[in-house]
Design a protein around this ligand. Sequence first.
Ligand SMILES: *Cc1c(COP(=O)(O)O)cnc(C)c1O
Length: 405
Amino acid sequence: MSHQTHQTQQPALRARAEIDLSALRANVRALRAHAPGAALMAVVKADAYGHGMVPCARAALQGGATWLGAALPQEALALREAGITAPVLCWLWTPGGPWREAVEAGVDVSVSGLWALDEAVAAARAVGRTARIQLKADSGLGRNGAQPADWPELVEAARAAEAEGAVKVTGLWSHFACADEPGHPSIAAQLDSFRHLVAYAEKEGLEPEVRHIANSPATLTLPESHFDLVRTGIAVYGVSPSPDIGTPADFGLRPVMTLAASVALVKQVPGGHGVSYGHHYVTDGETTLGLVPLGYADGIPRHASGRGPVLVGGKRRRVAGRVAMDQFVVDLGPDEPGGQRVAQGAEAVLFGPGDRGEPTAEDWAEAAGTIAYEIVTRIGKRVPRVYLNEDHEDQDREGHEAREE
Ligand SMILES: *Cc1c(COP(=O)(O)O)cnc(C)c1O
């Protein structure tokens, strides 16, 4: 319904990604109910998985998130520039990164090795302010984080920097490899490793505010992983981490993004007509083609050529032939007697929550041989985000409550 309201209010757009912020707030509330003993960090990296970082961060805080998570320091700094004062953790650092800016902005910085601790300490001294750092352990993912063998040295150096007043260790944390495969033996092994690494650091005198390891799938399926805080990304946006563990609805979640376009051209073609580059699709007989003005420059996966599902004129269609840079074609079929003809300007819905019969991001993931995370995150800058159900009143209230010193 809000969808229709929006259509009458907005100028006609080539394409749009509607972002339902009330669904996002409700998803955060649902996730908090899944992890009642833990605080919730909404992960808003990568432009909030393609949904738009600042509006989504604000909505997540309205829904009850008390932390925000970012990969890049630039993302964390952009949150601060937008006036967001809630605690923010950012974890993907490189030597020479904006450590000073992050310390000045009161951003929690993740430290996975001595070099990073040195950078944080130097920044704290330069700025004259204690750096908030979180030590990251590799409990088995084999990606970022300190190896268990290097943990004692890192803990000891962090303790020394704390004693000097240069840093405060606010968190101890790690990340799962296979949380989306419940029962995978690595899950129990990582939990065990993480517990030991935390216990060691605390025995050595660190007093973190938060210990955390759970991403979305662990938040939804593994209560013993919740500790003090859960770091949910994809589930905040109403997308299931994996179809194998359940649908969004199974977890009380609702997809936040609807990707739609305005059909740019409708035309009759004879049978035997090749469609799009390479002529990988040829019409069976006389038919109607619809041109959808979205392509791989907008993040529509070329791998979904010939397969991606689209709702047009109340029916599911498939991409006919190749997805091009800016456009693709759907075969609308021959005119049916008494059938409703699709015209230029008709709405083509690529994915959304699914309750109007439209496909979901998961359907596109399947069509393109990828995961739904990638489908939503890759939607490009040329597609305007249109925010629905922004709640300005709550936003203002949040702004006052979240101000911290
Ligand atoms: C992206 C990310 C998350 C969020 O993962 P989801 O599966 O989207 O919930 C959490 N922690 C880290 C370190 C991440 O990189």
